[in-house]
Design a protein. Structure first.
Ligand SMILES: *[C@@H]1O[C@H](CO)[C@@H](O)[C@H](O)[C@H]1NC(C)=O
Ligand SMILES: *[C@@H]1O[C@H](CO)[C@@H](O)[C@H](O)[C@H]1NC(C)=O
Length: 280
């Protein structure tokens, strides 16, 4: 009997859940701007030596036979319209940030190319990796001159030695791979050592956040269904029990029926619930 106040808090609870659900789902709704172009390097190294060659490629939707790619170096447009752009014999002034876009894509994320002048360079595909990525390190000599007795170092500790030139492969990057890397090798009769390159490995929290959002959305949906079910169950039970009781009391004792009616009204006033609930 005293349960006549239940439906309203349940409804409030449902709407809170509904809003929570909408807020959770909002970031998943994609902005409807054009997709970003993807700028890639070939070979993939973000650090190169003077006189190396590199080809920049812009991946994005293209109308065939329509060279409409735009290229930017440190924010300034370059007078190149092809979707791939080769820089032969790189110079120090070619260092900096590159971006591209096509007719149907927005500006790519910047790719930073660093050109240095040295005998030896430890080349990397990126300075920042996510846990689980796979990558390769290359001990690269100036003008790709023959290189022997190569050693790769991580935080000053030798990782691997080879008489012949080789690449150092990391099949699955984890947090322990952060730190400084360099290599050493013999060119002619001279042993050269590269400068250090700092690599940062980030925890894969993008995956964690996405996973949590999905779980939260599922919880919200389940809670919403449960709330609706509870609401209808209570309403149904109330209606049934009241009508049964009324029927019973009506038959047995008309006096207690009027008493019942009085108690109901009293309870309603006490809780301040809207009177339409009487008609539920
Ligand atoms: C760059 O390309 C030119 C021409 O194809 C080639 O002669 C030269 O060896 C290349 N440079 C390097 C470092 O591979
Ligand atoms: C990280 O990877 C190395 C191999 O590259 C492996 O020996 C090491 O156990 C890994 N560490 C963790 C914490 O997974």
């Amino acid at each position: 009997m005293g349960e006549s106040w239940v439906p309203q808090p349940v409804t409030t609870f449902s709407s809170v859940l509904l809003w929570a659900g909408l807020l959770c789902l909002a970031p998943a709704v994609k902005s409807n701007g054009p997709p970003k172009a993807l700028l890639t390097l070939e070979p993939p190294w973000v650090n190169v030596l003077r006189e190396d060659n590199v080809t920049l490629k812009c991946e994005g939707l293209q109308t065939p036979g329509h060279d409409s790619t735009e290229w930017f170096h440190n924010g300034s447009p370059i007078s190149i319209n092809q979707e791939s752009y080769t820089i032969p014999a790189l110079n120090l002034k070619d260092s900096g940030e590159y971006q591209c876009r096509t007719e149907q894509t927005s500006l790519s994320n910047p790719v930073r190319l660093q050109v240095t002048s040295d005998w030896l360079l430890l080349q990397v595909e990126s300075l920042v990796f996510m846990e689980g990525d796979s990558t390769m390190l290359r001990c690269h000599s100036w003008k790709s001159k023959p290189l022997y007795k190569v050693t790769y170092y991580h935080n000053d500790k030798a990782l691997k030695y080879g008489y012949h030139y080789f690449d150092y492969i990391i099949p699955q990057v984890n947090l322990t791979h952060s730190g400084s890397y360099y290599c050493a090798g013999q060119m002619g009769r001279v042993l050269h050592t590269s400068k250090s390159v700092m690599i940062t490995v980030q925890e894969g929290n993008r995956h964690i956040i996405r996973g949590l959002t999905i779980i939260l959305a599922q919880v919200v949906v389940i809670a919403l269904i449960a709330a609706v079910a509870v609401y209808y169950y209570k309403r149904h039970r109330k209606t049934v029990s009241i009508s049964e009781e009324i029927k019973k009391k009506e038959v047995e004792n008309p006096v207690s029926y009027s008493l019942l009616k009085y108690t109901d009204t009293y309870k309603e006033e006490e809780c301040g619930c809207p009177s339409y609930q009487n008609h539920l």
